[in-house]
Design a protein around this ligand. Structure first.
Ligand code: NAI
Ligand code: MG
Length: 786
């Protein structure tokens, strides 16, 4: 090539980062790594080892131990032993350890960077500028929460031993997202890295050793899916935190059902990248590069569906193709490379198959004119246009550098297409009209929405999914709740026992009118007969018949869910002020009938009904009060940017009420869920359903919109199962016997609905906990700059 030619084309020369520091580190360990348990390196009980490969050249980097159930048991026991002291360690001391970890990561940044790139195949530019700095940031940020826990999370305690299972796409970053908050809140950890990428976690273990972290606080066990499963099933684990495929997430949901283990799942996605015609197109094109070609598209929140407004679609595609032509795929250690290697041949094959499927289903494929390196695991950036919304490539997570483009005409259509997915992890919205962008942001069902930006992450912002993308948040204040529990687990609604005063109306049973009616069900704002036509007798604690209620079945639940779904959008959009008004008026109407309710309660429960009515009124007032006071946050993420953390309703909820204090429970649980914008299918306690059925009349005379509050009486377990299995129900709260917890949690795996299980009796959970369970946090990133 002549100098003139070079001046004309300005081709990049190779600019490789040296692999030597990482290779030396591996060599110093004789390319063989044991398990890190109780602060020491131990050979695996299994005596088995497996290789970890550099996907860019197929060469083996090292052998690592394959932990089996015995090893898992050792690690869990070590973590349990360490928990006693660690959980008692002052927040300030824990903060110092986390700070020391962060400092060490920065000091060894280059080694971590190169090692990560070798093991995973991602471009060095990304490990150097994104992964490793964010890892350090997570430890610094959570050092702060350790410091502040005693004041800011007063009344909360760590959970105990946490099992953490992470994927291969951001190996050290996912470790940081999990380990940092767990340690900050005083838990101890057993972490299993992904089998493709164990090395940086092992280097991290060395750092824990070097800073003198007490043995057993962090244990790292390498292995495969079986190792992960053994950790999930270990009875000594108090919580499982998982990031990975939805398929495995579902297995874990079922495996932990009924065990009482706390669970957070961060799963797959098919995130929309929405470009309106007034967007800055050149910025949007760069956005697409970051959305789908970052980390070769192996990103759970990758913007893999491009939704572009019809009028600018061709222009956008043309710019995109021009940009794609200039992307560089190759040696991940080369600092000028945009896309590195795909993690493994199996993943490459999966990508190829899905692309093939896209072609077969009629979408138009475009790839750059150049070829990817023949050796190693590479795939070119790929654009599909003319994609049908229901086609495989528009619905399935490809987890590769493949973008599926669809067009829309109106903002409403954009929202509809964006939400046309089982997932709900993230979304990106491009428009110069902030009104439009924020309006659309609130309508897209996703845990993170980036406006005129994409794939921004920070420790101060929560991250996690809606729908089948999982539940729980990582990062931000909201992420801390995943790693703590309330010290006195349950209290009554207002933190005190219902007082015996006021409207006591303990009428003797003899004076009550004879039974003259069977309570129906309350669906869509109307009293309706149960589909079965059957009813069920209700007795007093001493065995006298006091009434009959309808025996609801699957069909009734389906009708109630349909009514609740129909009412959801309208209720969600009702202002917080008006939602509060609805509850206050409901309370007012209840108080009008206080005596009647008090009598009914006394009769059903044998307790002071007057006090319970009082407490229920107070609970409705508390719920109403929170309507416009349960605030979100503005997270100070380190960019010119506001990150709005907004609590949003979850959607259609099933609530199976506890047996104690039936009216108070209804007011406290259902009232709070309703006022947060959810619509409800409530199943009263089968022991004391009559207060709920009497409540129909209160609902009818109030302003509670039809369909928002449905009540179905019947057998608790049967109705719970139907609700938990229903794909249009977004959450189920189940108060009942332990066997029912397992039933509900297992069945919830179908659409990954959120569940909350409570005992059938005893004091009710505290209001803050109910508010948190009734909402999910959406983080909306709004960058600014003229
Ligand atoms: P995976 O979900 O199988 O692996 C994630 C982690 O879970 C690994 O540490 C693995 O060892 C562990 N694991 C596997 N089976 C387990 C079980 N039964 N119990 C407990 N732990 C278990 O993901 P994999 O096989 O690496 O990739 C398959 C597909 O999953 C990818 O093609 C991609 O579509 C998706 N994926 C999504 C990720 C995300 O962040 N959303 C991350 C990784 C993969
Ligand atoms: Mg590897």
């Amino acid at each position: 090539m002549t100098l003139t030619e070079i001046m004309q084309t300005l081709p990049y020369g190779p600019a490789p980062e040296a692999a030597k520091p990482a290779l030396d580190w591996i060599k110093a360990h004789k390319a063989r790594f044991q398990l890190f348990i109780a602060g020491r390196w131990r050979a695996p009980a299994s005596r088995e080892w497996f290789a970890t490969i550099n996907p860019a050249n197929g060469q083996k980097l090292a052998e690592v131990a394959l932990a089996d159930a015995t090893d898992v048991d050792k690690a869990v026991k070590a973590a349990r032993k360490a928990f006693t002291d660690w959980s008692q360690t002052k927040g300030h001391v824990r903060a110092r350890y986390l700070y020391a970890i962060a400092r060490q990561i920065q000091k060894h940044a280059r080694l971590f960077t190169v090692l990560e790139t070798l093991d995973n195949g991602k471009p060095i530019r990304e490990t150097r500028d994104i992964d490793i700095p964010l890892v350090a940031r997570h430890f610094y940020y959570h050092a702060g929460w350790a410091q502040l826990m005693e004041s800011e999370l007063a009344g909360y305690a760590p959970l105990g031993v946490v099992g953490q299972i992470i994927p291969w796409n951001f190996p050290l970053l996912m470790l940081a997202w999990k380990v940092a908050p767990a340690l900050a809140m005083g838990n101890t950890v057993v972490l299993k890295p992904a089998e493709y990428t164990p090395l940086t976690a092992l280097l991290f273990a060395e750092i824990c050793q070097n800073i003198g972290l007490p043995p057993g606080v962090v244990n790292i066990i390498t292995g495969d899916g079986k190792t992960g499963a053994a950790l999930v099933e270990h009875p000594g684990v108090d919580k499982i935190a998982f990031t990975g495929s939805t398929e495995v997430g579902r297995i874990i949901r079922k495996a932990t059902a009924g065990s009482g283990k706390k669970l957070s799942l961060e799963l797959g996605g098919k995130s929309p990248f929405v470009v309106f015609e007034d967007a800055d197109l050149d910025s949007a094109v760069e956005g697409v590069v970051d959305a789908i070609w970052f980390n070769q598209g192996q990103v759970c929140c990758a913007g893999s569906r491009l939704l572009v407004q019809e009028g600018i679609a061709e222009k956008m595609y043309a710019k995109l193709r021009a940009r794609m032509e200039k992307l560089r795929v190759g040696d991940p250690l080369d600092k000028a490379v945009d896309l590195g290697a795909i993690i493994a041949p199996a993943q490459l094959e999966k990508i190829q198959q899905l692309v093939q499927k896209g072609v077969e289903e009629g979408a138009k494929l475009w790839q750059p004119s150049w070829a990817v390196p023949a050796e190693g695991c590479f795939y070119p950036p790929t654009l599909f246009t003319e994609v049908a919304p229901a086609s495989t490539i528009a619905q399935e997570e490809i987890f590769g550098p493949v973008l599926a483009a669809l067009t829309f005409r109106t903002p409403e259509e954009a929202v509809r297409l964006a939400n046309n997915t089982r997932y709900g992890l993230a979304a990106s919205i491009w428009s110069e009209d902030i009104n439009l962008a924020l309006d659309v942001a609130t309508q897209i069902k996703a845990g993170t929405v980036w406006i005129n930006s994409t794939n921004l992450f920070d420790a101060a912002s929560g991250f996690g999914g809606y729908r089948e993308s999982g539940f729980g948040r990582e990062g931000g204040r909201e992420g801390l709740w995943e790693y703590v529990k309330k010290i006195e687990v349950h209290r009554t609604a207002q933190g005190q026992k219902p007082r015996a005063r006021g409207l006591t109306a303990r009428a003797s049973a003899e004076s009550l009118p004879p039974i003259d009616r069977t309570a129906k069900l309350f669906i869509g704002g109307k009293q309706v007969r149960p589909d079965s036509g059957y009813s069920k007798a209700v007795y007093t604690p001493d065995g006298r018949l006091v009434g009959e209620v309808g025996l609801g079945n699957r069909k009734d639940i389906c009708n109630a869910v349909e009514a609740a779904r129909g009412a959801f959008e309208g209720w969600r959009k009702t202002t917080a002020h008006n939602k509060a008004q609805v509850l206050y008026f409901l309370a007012e109407n209840l108080s009008q009938r206080a005596e009647e309710f008090a009598r009914r309660l006394s009769e059903q429960t044998g307790q002071d009904g007057g006090a319970e009515v009082e407490a229920a009124l107070e609970a409705l007032f508390t719920a109403a009060a929170w309507a416009d006071k349960y605030e979100g946050l503005v997270h100070p993420t380190p960019l010119r940017n506001v990150t709005l953390a907004i609590p949003e309703p979850i959607g259609v909820m099933g609530i199976l009420c506890p047996d104690d204090q039936p009216l108070l429970a209804l007011a406290h649980l259902a009232g709070t869920a309703l006022v947060m914008g959810n619509t409800l299918v409530v199943v009263p306690s089968p022991l004391a359903p009559l207060s709920a059925t009497d409540f129909y009349q209160v609902l009818e005379t109030s302003d509670v919109p039809a369909g928002t509050f449905n009540i179905v009486t019947g057998e608790r377990e049967e109705l719970a199962l139907t609700l938990a299995e229903h794909d249009d129900v977004d959450a189920v709260w189940y108060a009942g016997p332990r066997a029912g917890w397992a039933l509900v949690e297992r069945a919830s795996a179908g659409n990954m609905k959120r569940t909350w299980t409570l005992p059938p009796s005893g004091p009710l959970p505290d209001t803050q906990e109910v508010l948190r369970q009734a909402t999910q946090v959406k983080n909306i990133w709004v960058p600014y700059g003229a």
